[in-house]
Design a protein around this ligand. Structure first.
Ligand code: NAD
Length: 345
């Protein structure tokens, strides 16, 4: 498939390439859909091997943002920016040049931080554009809000499994104790759950979780085969795949990581195995609900928290429909988002 056919297949409204030789900028900004409002999605900086790789990633990610924003009930469309660069070589000038690119789209696209960009980069972008969200003096770090939403989604998942969302005695295995995973483990342990967790290299977080939260350590390679009610991936994407599927001993998967399933077929396999799956782009929407407010209204933390807690209902409704119809949860979630994009919130 040619790149033009690919863009048509994904259904994008606009895909723009920007270069700035002096600043070393090579970037693509993709606006997938603006039916609900201006597009929002972060800026990923990555040493893509080619423009083709960067294009495929930005098309996929920006379409994902259309679904995530719509499912979160935000009056925003989906977009994404990717900068082709080595993270160690990012400079103020590079981020300013990216800001100029965003500004040239005149508010059709709002950017934010993402993989390999942070609030410092957001400050540099802001020198050149007002179309940036996630400013540290307004909505700030999205992770605490993502964690609250994930915790709500885990409660809704428990209700599907046990008929009650009381987490007392429910065993949850958390993969990764980073910004999102640690807070999720904390809320779970406060709610009386038996929390197990694994880390990759973050020994400090593991020790803190063990000492302060009573979390039990599981070896990194054993996290998928550990006995638990709910597995909460909070580290990497594509963790449900042909290698891990046969190992799973959980009754449900509900965590903060993006793109948990390697592909749609894995969602079908989970369903066949009777494992409930809380779709990632629904359960991890707390961060975008927080930052997204900056794009269309005056930031109000209480209002944000109310919307983030509503992730409970959205997750519950999707899982319940899946229980009734036998359709994979991801399919139902995507249809829910597509319906909103087509017909409004
Ligand atoms: P983070 O970098 O703070 O934490 C990730 C942690 O996972 C790190 O401590 C890392 O060492 C650990 N890790 C990596 N591989 C691991 C493995 N195999 N086993 C155990 N631990 C491993 O990132 P974060 O902000 O906490 O995000 C976690 C996930 O949630 C990511 O997939 C991210 O894309 C997704 N997400 C985050 C947000 C947010 O607001 N931060 C929003 C939506 C989705």
């Amino acid at each position: 498939m040619s790149n033009v056919e690919l863009i048509r297949e994904f259904g994008h409204e606009r895909v723009a390439f920007f270069t700035n030789e002096k600043a070393g900028l090579r970037c693509i900004i993709a606006i997938h859909n603006t039916n609900l409002g201006p597009a929002l999605g972060g800026c990923r900086l990555y040493p893509y091997a080619s423009y083709d790789d960067a294009l495929f990633d930005v098309l996929r990610l920006s379409r994902g943002m259309s679904f995530k924003n719509a499912a979160a009930g935000l009056p925003l469309g989906g977009g994404k920016g990717v900068i082709i660069a080595d993270p160690s070589q990012r400079t103020e000038a590079l981020m300013e040049a990216y800001g100029e690119a965003v500004e040239s789209l005149q508010g059709k696209y709002y950017t934010a931080e993402d993989v390999n960009t942070d609030t410092r980069d957001v400050d540099y972008m802001m020198r050149k554009t007002k179309y940036v969200v996630g400013r540290k003096e307004i909505s700030g770090d999205p992770s605490p809000f993502t964690a609250i939403g994930v915790f709500e989604g885990i409660k809704a998942t428990a209700k599907i499994l046990n008929g009650t969302d009381d987490l007392n005695g429910v065993t949850v295995a958390v993969q990764g104790l980073g910004k999102v995973g640690y807070d999720v483990a904390k809320y779970l342990s406060e709610a009386g759950a038996n929390v197990k967790a694994c880390v990759h290299s973050n020994r400090k977080a593991m020790e803190k979780a063990a000492n302060e939260l009573g979390v039990t350590e599981v070896r990194e390679k054993d996290i998928f085969s550990t006995e638990c009610d709910i597995l909460a991936p909070c580290a990497l994407g594509a963790v449900v795949n042909d290698f891990t599927l046969p190992q799973l001993k959980c009754r449900a998967i509900a965590g903060g990581a993006n793109n948990v399933l390697l592909n749609d077929e894995c969602g079908v396999e989970l369903k066949k195995k009777g494992i409930v799956y809380a779709p990632d782009f629904i359960i991890n929407g707390g961060g975008v609900i927080n930052a997204g407010q900056e794009a269309f209204t005056t930031y109000d933390k209480e209002n944000v928290l109310k919307q983030v807690r509503n992730i409970y209902n959205t997750v519950y409704n999707i899982l319940e429909e899946s229980q009734k119809t036998g359709e994979p949860e991801g399919v139902i979630a995507q249809r829910f988002a597509e319906d909103r994009i087509k017909n409004g919130l």
